[in-house]
Structures are given as structure tokens and as C-alpha cells.
Write a protein that binds this ligand. Structure first.
Ligand code: HXC
Length: 542
């Protein structure tokens, strides 16, 4: 029986197939259209049925299944499905697959243009060949020219070992594009399989990383190398699983429990983002009342400065429909960052979390908030900062870790940001942490405080320990003297009116009016134009 084979050696037509004819040389020929359809079908098989089955057994969707599921129904259009590698080394000439180890293309998400690629683990473990890198580079270039987000779904054994330096150069091309695209178009990574070695640096250069629980793993060197070099024994999951990166390293921003949940979450995130840095933050039709007072806000924050509460309760009472999308939720929980809407318009929220380490700023919180502030600024998303901060975290661990350097990042990010910025002080705002958290001097446009706010160099007890030491020591009753001095200090300084008297605050407001006040200020700031001095780029303390 005469046959036509695909690159894998699988029969795609025989002389008895409909539309098949035998040409003068005795070869089977299909009509041009049948030929195209047969080739397309073959290309869509990826690494073949057995490997697709193995992929499903690992609890993973295939690359095409992922893209079809992610995009609006029927909107995914594929590029380069007939591209093959041209390498012949180490037996690669016998392992050629149409499309190679990545599926690329474009589609829509809620009707908006988005580009994407998904590494195909069924083809040589999703390893990066030169042509796979060229395919990825092509969609990244399209995304940059069109001004649309790019989503990368990673599931790969890393550099294609047989292609050596060509593969490494391919990574270099992708890293270069990630860097140049940073701050121009949103870049989002989904880790839905292994990402090992230098391959992790493309995800690391993007704005947000989603690691799917159970299947996503990232590390520079795997457990075997770790054991050989350091003697340490650690599992793949403990070393580089979703939980590790979401809570300990801060590499991952989100850890959806399944791929389907992940696609839903990425689509939700995109709804808050503009397609590129030349567009304004998206505005949807406002579905919540703009000028409604919420008197329950008066009771959320306890009067006593050291009593905890959940700042999420404040955020959700202020934003549209109580909808808040926290980013980096499990990392540095002493600060909360995330997206919401006010009057239909996207905003970024930064808030000290009083029920975690009393909302103190430490290294991780500074990094987390600085990166978020810079993302919002790059993509024209106004910032709302809610302050209740006792200061920076004391201790050798923090000082040796470079708290000075890391805290400076947050300061830098706030000053540099030219988007509309509004700060509300809910309770404590002490010392350097007060300045950092969107104070007036950080070029914040509107600074408000609740009546219970305490704005000072430090809290009353700490202040009296320093300035009252001699007087207390000399007093006949030290405890009474200390209590008197603390009470005096509290009356004089632990309120918002010293700052308001001097114009460092624009107003002190009834907590119930926070939402209408924020919406008014945002409307006023809608046409804000601000800039930073011309420069090649600044030198943020990294
Ligand atoms: C070529 C690869 C490959 C690679 C996997 N495969 N990784 N082929 N280059 N890097 C092939 C396997 O040979 C196998 O082919 C198929 O993909 C599936 O792999 P398995 O090992 O069977 O799958 P699994 O057991 O699930 O293990 C997945 C894995 C493992 C953990 C990713 O394959 C692995 O450790 N691969 C090597 C990872 C690595 O060290 N990569 C280099 C990292 S350094 P067959 O035909 O047998 O099915 C790097 C540098 C980047 O990437 C630098 C950038 C600057």
C-alpha cells in the first residue's frame, strides 16, 4: 500500500484515502487542500498520542489545550505550526516535529488583543530549540508592535541539550525582549511544569508569575545538584514548588490550584490592566454608588494603637463592590498590595496590614510594595495608599539583610511615580515609615487622615523613653512621671492636627466618607500631568 508519512513517520494518507491519486512517479498525492488539512492535523499532534497521554497522566493539559482554554472561545490563532528545527546533532534529525516544542499565537481576552506562547512538553520535553526561541521572539515582537500583553506558559526541560549554544542564544534573545518590553506591555508568566536553570530568568523578568499548585516548579539548580554541592537534601516541591515561591522567596505572585483556575485568574488580572503604557488604566461602567457613606468604617480600626485588625476590611468597604484582587498575597503579609476599582476605574492599593507584625515595614514588604508601585506607575494605574505603620522592623537579621537598601526602594518608587497618588492615614504613621508610605513629600497629590491618626516621629512610649529619660530618673515617682509625660506627648502629637495645621495633610475626614472622598480626588486628578527630570534611567538601590 502506497502511503504519505508525516515527520514522525505516522501515515497521514494512503492510496485508498479519499481524494488521493497516484502521480506519474508512483507517489500518493492528495489534493492541495487535503494535503494542507492532513499536515495541519499532524502538526496539532505535538509529540504524538503517547506523549499527549503521558502529559495528561502528569495532570497537565497540552500546550494547545491550554491556549484554547485561556483565550475567548474560538479566538486563538496559531503562528508557525509548520516550523521545524534544522539540527542534526545527536540524533535530532530523527526527532523532528511540526511546530517544534512551543505553540505561539494570538487571541482575545474579553475582546481585547493578547499574545501568548505555551511550551509543548510533549515535544522533547518542551526544551528550547533555536526555532522555538525564534517563534517566541516573533510573538513578543508582535505584542510590542501592536501594544498588547504577552502571556508565557512555561513547561520545559530548559535548554535543548542537543542544540547547545544555539539554544542558549535563543534564551538570550527572549531575555533581551523581556527586558525591553518591561514597562511597555504587561508580561505575565504561568509556570505549569518544570522551569529549571537559567530558563527561570525569562519568567523572573516578567511582571507577574502564576505557579500552578502541584505542577509548577522553578529552580536554578535542582535537588541533585543542591545535594552534590551543599550536601543539603530537599525535594523538588520544597525547593521550587508553588508554595515555596509564593511565601518564602516571593518569586511567584499567585498560586492557583489548577490550570483552569489559573486561566480565570489571569483573565481577571488583565481586566485591571491597560494593554500598554500609552493607554490609560481601564475604566468599566461604574456599578457601585460613588457617594455613599459607610458608617461601619468608623469601627473597623481600634482606637488603641497596638490592637490588630484586618486592613482587608477597610479596603473592601472602600472599593467598588468590595472587589479586591490581592497580589503576592502569601509573601510579606505585613503589607497588602493589589488591584481594585473606584468609580469603575482601575486603582492599585498599598496598605499596611496591622494584624501581621503590627504592619511594620521589613525587607520583603519593602520589595513587594516597591515593585507593585513601579508596576502601577509604568501602566498609568493610580495609587491609593492606606497607612497604619509603626515603623521599620528592628533587628540584626533585617539590618544585615540590607533593610536600608530595600526600604530605599519603596521610597524611590513612590517619589518616581507620576500617576495620581492619594494617601489615607488610618491610624499610626511614625517616623521614616510615615515618610515612605506616600507622604506629601513623596509627591503625593492628596493626603488625608482619619481623626484617630497619630503622625509623629515615634509612638508616645518610645518618644518619652528617649526625651524623658533624665526627668523620669530624677522624679520622686518614676512611673507617675512617665505616665504624665506620655499623656502630654499623646495629647500634643499623637493626632492628625499637627500635620494638618502645617498643610502636610490636605484634610482630616470622617472614615465613613473615605470612598466618596477618594472618588472625588481621583476625578480631580484624572488629567494629572507630571514628570521626572530627563535622564537615561535612575539608579534605584537594587
Ligand atoms: C532535550 C529534553 C530535555 C532537554 C527533557 N528532554 N529535557 N530533551 N533537552 N533539556 C526530553 C527527555 O529526554 C524525554 O525525551 C522528554 O523530554 C521528557 O523528559 P522526561 O525526563 O522523560 O520527563 P520527566 O521525568 O517528567 O522529567 C522532566 C525534567 C527532566 C525534570 C524536566 O526531563 C530533566 O531533568 N530534564 C533536564 C533538565 C535540565 O537540566 N535542563 C537544562 C537546564 S540548564 P524522551 O524521548 O525520552 O521522551 C538550562 C540553561 C538555560 O536550561 C540557560 C539560559 C541562559
Amino acid at each position: 500500500m502506497k502511503q504519505i508519512h508525516n515527520l514522525r513517520g505516522t501515515t497521514i494518507a494512503t492510496e485508498s484515502s479519499p481524494d488521493a491519486t497516484i502521480d506519474q512517479t508512483g507517489h500518493v498525492q492528495l489534493s492541495k487542500l487535503e494535503d494542507l488539512n492532513a499536515r495541519r492535523k499532524s502538526a496539532h499532534l505535538g509529540g504524538g498520542d503517547k506523549r499527549v497521554e503521558a502529559q495528561h497522566k502528569r495532570g497537565k493539559l497540552t500546550a494547545r489545550e491550554r491556549l484554547i482554554s485561556f483565550f475567548d472561545t474560538g479566538s486563538f490563532t496559531e503562528f508557525d505550526s509548520f516550523v521545524t528545527h534544522r539540527s542534526t546533532d545527536l540524533g535530532l534529525d530523527k526527532q523532528r516535529f511540526e511546530g517544534d516544542a512551543v505553540v505561539t499565537g494570538y487571541g482575545t481576552v474579553d475582546g481585547r488583543q493578547v499574545f501568548a506562547y505555551a511550551q509543548d512538553f510533549t515535544v522533547l520535553g518542551g526544551s528550547l530549540s533555536l526555532v522555538a526561541a525564534q517563534k517566541i521572539s516573533k510573538v513578543m515582537d508582535h505584542a510590542m508592535r501592536v501594544g498588547a500583553p504577552i502571556i508565557g506558559i512555561n513547561d520545559s526541560g530548559g535548554a535543548r541539550i542537543q542544540e547547545g549554544i544555539d539554544s542558549l542564544a535563543g534564551y538570550g534573545e527572549i531575555f533581551k525582549r523581556n527586558t525591553l518590553a518591561s514597562g511597555v506591555i504587561p508580561q505575565i508568566t504561568i509556570i505549569a511544569g518544570p522551569a529549571a536553570g537559567g530558563a527561570v530568568y525569562s519568567p523572573a523578568l516578567t511582571d507577574f508569575i502564576y505557579m500552578v499548585e502541584g505542577i509548577g516548579q522553578m529552580y536554578i539548580t535542582g535537588p541533585d545538584v543542591v545535594k552534590a554541592v551543599t550536601g543539603e537534601e530537599v525535594s523538588h516541591e520544597d525547593l521550587g514548588g508553588a508554595a515555596t515561591h509564593a511565601s518564602l522567596s516571593g518569586v511567584a505572585h499567585f498560586t492557583p490550584e489548577s490550570e483552569e483556575a489559573c486561566f480565570t485568574q489571569v483573565r481577571a488580572l488583565l481586566s485591571y490592566l491597560p494593554s500598554n503604557n500609552a493607554e490609560s488604566a481601564p475604566s468599566v461602567e461604574a456599578t457601585d454608588v460613588a457617594n455613599s457613606a459607610d458608617t461601619t468604617l468608623r469601627d473597623v480600626v481600634p482606637d488603641a494603637a497596638n490592637q490588630p485588625y484586618d486592613v482587608m476590611d477597610v479596603i473592601t468597604k472602600i472599593v467598588d463592590n468590595g472587589e479586591f484582587l490581592p497580589v503576592h498575597h502569601n509573601f510579606a503579609p505585613n503589607i497588602v498590595v493589589g488591584f481594585a476599582r473606584l468609580d469603575g476605574r482601575s486603582i492599585g492599593v498599598v496598605a499596611n496590614q496591622a494584624n501581621q507584625m503590627a504592619g511594620m515595614l521589613d525587607i520583603d514588604a519593602s520589595d513587594k510594595a516597591a515593585r507593585f508601585v513601579r508596576f502601577c506607575d509604568a501602566f498609568n494605574i493610580p495609587l491609593v495608599t492606606l497607612v497604619d505603620v509603626p515603623g521599620f522592623m528592628p533587628g540584626t537579621q533585617q539590618e544585615y539583610g540590607g533593610l536600608i537598601r530595600h526600604g530605599a526602594k519603596l521610597l524611590y518608587a513612590y517619589v518616581e511615580a507620576t500617576v495620581p497618588k492619594i494617601t489615607v492615614i488610618l491610624r499610626k504613621a511614625y517616623g521614616g515609615a510615615y515618610i515612605v508610605m506616600g507622604s506629601k513629600e513623596m509627591r503625593t497629590d492628596v493626603n488625608l487622615a482619619w481623626p484617630g491618626a497619630e503622625i509623629a516621629v515615634m509612638g508616645p512610649e518610645g518618644a518619652i523613653n528617649v526625651i524623658g529619660r533624665r526627668e523620669i530618673a530624677e522624679a520622686s515617682n518614676a512611673d507617675t512621671k512617665r505616665a504624665e509625660m506620655v499623656a502630654d506627648y499623646r495629647n500634643q502629637f499623637a493626632n492628625p492636627y499637627v500635620a494638618a495645621n502645617r498643610g502636610y495633610l490636605d484634610d482630616v475626614i470622617d472614615p465613613a466618607q473615605t470612598r466618596p472622598e477618594l472618588i472625588k480626588a481621583l476625578r480631580m486628578l484624572e488629567s494629572k500631568v507630571d514628570s521626572i527630570p530627563p535622564k537615561k534611567h535612575g539608579n534605584i538601590p537594587l
